[in-house]
Ligand binder design. Structure first.
Ligand code: CP
Ligand code: NVA
Length: 306
C-alpha cells in the first residue's frame, strides 16, 4: 500500500471517513470499557510542534500509548529545524526512524514539503490554513449526538481561519451547508480554503442571519497562532462577532455549540453560551483522542475487520 497522508480534510474520501467514524466508535467503546487494544504495538509517532498545544499533544501522545505504541515530542526550539535544517532533510531522517509523524506548523507548504520527503504517513496537527483533525472530531461529535450531518446547516461566526477553511472542505465532502459570517476584510478565500466551488457555503454580513435556523453554531479565536501582531486590530474588527445567547436563540432549538478551544470568554463567545446548555465543547475535545486513534490505525494498518 502506498503511503497515505492526512494533510487536509479532503485527503480522505467520504467513504473512508465513514469507515473512520465507525472505527472511532469501536475504539472509543473499548477505551470506555478499559479494554486493552494494542494494534500499534512497537510503532512510534513523532510529534513536531512549531506552535503551542494542549489538546493536540495530549490526544496524540495518549492515543498512541493506548494503541500500544509510543510517541516522541519534538519542538522547533530544541531541534535542528529551529536552526535552519531544511524541512526535506528532516523528513528524510525522521521518517527512517519512526512509523508515523504529526506536525503542527505555520504555512501548509511546510507540511507538504515534509510529506513529499517522508517514507511514513504525515498528519496535519494544524497549519495556518487547516486543522483537519479537529474537524474530524467535530463532525464525529455532531453525528454521535444528532445523527447524519448531510443537508444540515453549520453557522461559522468570526475569522475565516484554519478551522473555517476546514469546515468548508468538510461541507463539500459530506454535503452540508455552512453559513459564514466574518467582519469585512476577513472573508473566505476559496482558493486558500482548497475548495472545489462555492456551492456549499453562503456568506452573511450579519452573524444573526448566519445563525438563523442553524443546526450547529461554531466559532474560534479572533487571533490565531502566528497572527498575534494583528491582535489589536482584530479585537476592534470582530467586536460584533461574539456568539451570544441571542444568536443561539435564532438557531434551531436543538442546535449544538462547538469551539475547538482554547476559548476566550467575552471575546468570540459569551460565557453563557460556551458554559450553557447548547455547548458540547468537552465532548468535542475528548473526541480528538478517539478519532485520531482511528486515524493512526487506518493510516498504518488500512481497513481492519474487528
Ligand atoms: N483545539 C486544539 O487543537 O487545541 P490545542 O491548541 O490545545 O492543541
Ligand atoms: N485557529 C486557532 C486554533 C487553535 C486550536 C489557531 O490557529 O490558533
Amino acid at each position: 500500500m502506498s503511503v497515505r497522508h492526512f494533510l487536509q480534510f479532503k485527503d480522505l474520501s467520504r467513504d473512508e471517513l465513514v469507515y473512520l467514524f465507525e472505527r472511532t466508535r469501536v475504539v472509543k467503546e473499548r477505551f470506555k470499557r478499559y479494554e486493552p487494544y494494542h494494534p500499534l504495538l512497537d510503532r512510534t509517532l513523532a510529534m513536531i510542534f512549531e506552535k503551542s498545544s494542549t489538546r493536540t499533544r495530549l490526544s496524540f501522545e495518549a492515543g498512541m500509548h493506548q494503541l500500544g505504541g509510543s510517541a516522541i515530542y519534538l519542538n522547533t526550539r530544541d531541534t535542528q529545524l529551529g536552526r535552519g535544517e531544511p524541512v526535506e532533510d528532516a523528513a528524510e531522517v525522521i521518517s527512517r526512524m519512526v512509523d508515523i509523524v504529526m506536525i503542527r506548523t505555520f504555512e501548509q507548504a511546510i507540511i507538504e514539503r515534509f510529506a513529499a520527503h517522508s517514507r511514513v504517513p504525515v498528519i496535519n496537527g494544524l497549519t495556518n490554513e487547516y486543522h483537519p483533525c479537529q474537524i474530524l472530531a467535530d463532525i464525529y461529535t455532531y453525528i454521535e449526538l444528532r445523527g447524519d450531518i448531510r443537508g444540515k446547516t453549520v453557522a461559522w461566526i468570526g475569522d475565516s481561519n484554519n478551522m473555517c477553511n476546514t469546515w468548508l472542505q468538510a461541507a463539500e465532502v459530506f454535503d452540508f451547508n455552512v453559513h459564514v459570517s466574518t467582519p469585512p476584510g476577513y472573508e473566505v478565500e476559496p482558493e486558500r480554503a482548497g475548495l472545489y466551488g462555492t456551492d456549499h457555503y453562503e456568506e452573511f454580513a450579519d452573524p444573526m442571519d448566519a445563525c438563523r435556523g442553524a443546526d450547529l453554531v461554531t466559532t474560534d479565536v479572533w487571533t490565531s497562532m502566528g497572527f498575534e501582531a494583528e491582535n489589536e486590530a482584530r479585537l476592534k474588527a470582530f467586536a460584533d462577532w461574539q456568539v451570544d445567547a441571542e444568536m443561539m436563540q435564532v438557531a434551531r432549538p436543538d442546535a449544538l455549540f462547538m469551539h475547538c478551544l482554547p476559548a476566550h470568554r467575552g471575546e468570540e463567545v459569551a460565557a453563557e453560551v460556551i458554559d450553557g446548555p447548547h455547548s458540547v465543547v468537552w465532548d468535542e475535545a475528548e473526541n480528538r483522542l478517539h478519532v485520531q486513534k482511528a486515524l493512526m490505525e487506518y493510516l498504518l494498518l488500512g481497513r481492519i475487520e474487528k
